[in-house]
Design a protein around this ligand. Structure first.
Ligand SMILES: Nc1ncnc2c1ncn2[C@@H]1O[C@H](COP(=O)(O)OP(=O)(O)OP(=O)(O)O)[C@@H](O)[C@H]1O
Ligand SMILES: [Mg+2]
Length: 140
C-alpha cells in the first residue's frame, strides 16, 4: 500500500507515472473515485509515462474501452460508468483485454465488480477539495 497527496492534475499525472514504472504486461488496475476525482487524469499520466500523447487519452464512455498502442505495450482504458449489463463486457471480449498483451485500467469497476480479477491492483482517489486529492495504491 502506498499513499500520495496530489495538489493538482499535473501532480496526479506524476503520481500515475510512479505507479506506471512498476507495471508490467498483464497487470490490471481498478480506478475508484467519484465523478471528477481524477481517474482519467491518472490514465493520462500513465500514457505520458509510455510516451503516448496524453491529449489523445479521453474517457471511453461510449465505447467502453480505448486502446493506446505504445512502443512498450498496449494500454487498455475502460470506463464502465454507463454499462447496463455485464453482457456488454462479454460482447467486447473483456477476457482478451484482462488477459491480453497490455495493461488494463478500469474506471468505475464497481459497475462490474464480479468480472474484475481479484488479484487486480487498486487506485482509490478521494477528493479533499477542488484541487487536492488523496490517492491510495493497493497491490496484493
Ligand atoms: N489533484 C487533482 N488531480 C486530478 N484532477 C484534478 C486535481 N485537481 C483538480 N482536478 C480536476 O478534476 C478533474 C478530474 O477529471 P477526470 O476526468 O480525470 O475525473 P474522472 O475521475 O475520470 O471522472 P469521471 O468519473 O467523470 O470519468 C479535471 O477537471 C482536473 O483538472
Ligand atoms: Mg473519467
Amino acid at each position: 500500500m502506498k499513499e500520495y497527496l496530489s495538489n493538482s492534475e499535473k501532480e496526479t499525472r506524476e503520481i500515475a507515472k510512479d505507479v506506471a514504472k512498476n507495471l508490467k504486461v498483464g497487470d490490471v488496475v481498478l480506478l475508484y473515485g467519484d465523478l471528477g476525482a481524477g481517474k482519467t487524469a491518472f490514465v493520462k499520466g500513465v500514457a505520458e509515462y509510455f510516451d503516448y500523447e496524453k491529449e489523445s487519452v479521453v474517457s471511453p464512455t461510449f465505447t467502453l474501452v480505448n486502446t493506446y498502442k505504445t512502443q512498450k505495450m498496449d494500454i487498455y482504458h475502460f470506463d464502465l460508468y454507463r454499462i447496463e449489463s455485464p453482457d456488454e463486457l462479454y460482447n467486447i471480449g473483456i477476457e482478451e483485454y484482462l488477459y491480453g498483451s497490455g495493461i488494463c485500467f478500469v474506471e468505475w469497476p464497481e459497475r462490474a465488480e464480479n468480472l474484475m480479477p481479484e488479484w487486480a491492483q487498486k487506485i482509490e482517489i478521494t477528493k479533499i477539495d477542488d484541487s487536492k486529492r488523496k490517492i491510495i495504491w493497493r497491490q496484493l
